[in-house]
Design a protein around this ligand. Structure first.
Ligand code: PGA
Length: 253
């Protein structure tokens, strides 16, 4: 059985190295005795090493990676990340798609490069506006784009985070999605993956929900939302909230 996966996406927080250390230490304490859940903290790049020193049970993640190395000022290569011990890399987060113009084809290059470097990519997909019951075709396009030409033997190492932009806590007027909709999205994503690589490979991908995850709603998402975990933004900056999220998830199976 697949382990649940919880990823703390700190985004561009906190604002000092000392605060990052303190937060990492406190999340590690919360995670220490948990079984059956893979827990990842993805701090900003400059804090990767100092945060790693505080972690034992929790795995180290990065919030992005470039797809190659060389004369690319400001970019960080997959091999550089894997040489630090980074195991998971968030790719194509909506904030990167929106503020940095990342396209499906760039995201696909990054996915391949992260896999080649031996790490696990977690690609984010999701529509910007709330539509209706049906999951927009755009989500399928994003999934197909991200997985293009990726051999099915890699699928078990990949995560897909369904993060409807309208549900992300920093979007004005954000409300969390419902477990019913998350279930529909995860079924849809699995169908797209099954069409590309067969059911067995599709089932080996871990699908996460992201968007205003909190201790109040995580239980319903992991029980009824058809997902194998969550990508947590705001609540991952709060020791108590993230601790609760971890405990509720570990009891869900
Ligand atoms: P949120 O962020 O949990 O604060 O909504 C999730 C994300 O953007 O990854």
């Amino acid at each position: 059985m697949k382990h649940f996966l919880l990823i703390a996406n700190w985004k561009s927080n906190p604002q000092s190295l000392e605060s990052a250390r303190v937060l990492a230490r406190s999340l590690e304490r919360e995670a220490k005795r948990i079984r059956g859940v893979d827990i990842v903290v993805a701090p900003p790049y400059p804090f990767l090493i100092p945060v790693q020193r505080e972690l034992r049970k929790i795995n180290l993640g990065a919030q992005d990676s470039f797809w190659t190395f060389g004369p690319y000022t400001g970019d960080v290569s997959p091999r550089q990340l894997s040489s630090l011990g980074v195991g998971y890399v968030i790719i194509g987060h909506s904030e990167r798609r929106i503020y940095h113009g990342e396209t499906d084809s760039l995201i696909n290059k990054k996915m391949k490069a992260v896999l080649e470097a031996g790490m696990s990519p977690v690609v984010c997909v999701g529509e910007r506006e709330r539509t209706g019951r049906d999951i927009p075709a755009l989500v399928g396009e994003q999934v197909r784009g991200a997985f293009r030409e990726i051999p099915s033997r890699f699928y078990a190492r990949i995560g897909v985070a369904y993060e409807p932009v309208w549900a992300i806590s920093t979007t004005p007027g954000a409300v969390p999605d419902t477990p019913e909709n998350s279930f529909r999205a995860s079924m849809y994503i699995r169908r797209v993956l099954a069409d590309a690589a067969g059911k067995k490979s599709a089932d080996s991908v871990r699908i996460l929900y992201g968007g205003s995850v909190s201790p109040l709603n995580i239980g319903s998402f992991v029980r009824d939302g058809g997902v194998d975990g969550a990508l947590v933004g705001g609540a991952s900056l709060d020791r108590k909230a993230f601790g609760e999220i971890i405990r509720i998830t570990s009891r869900a199976r």
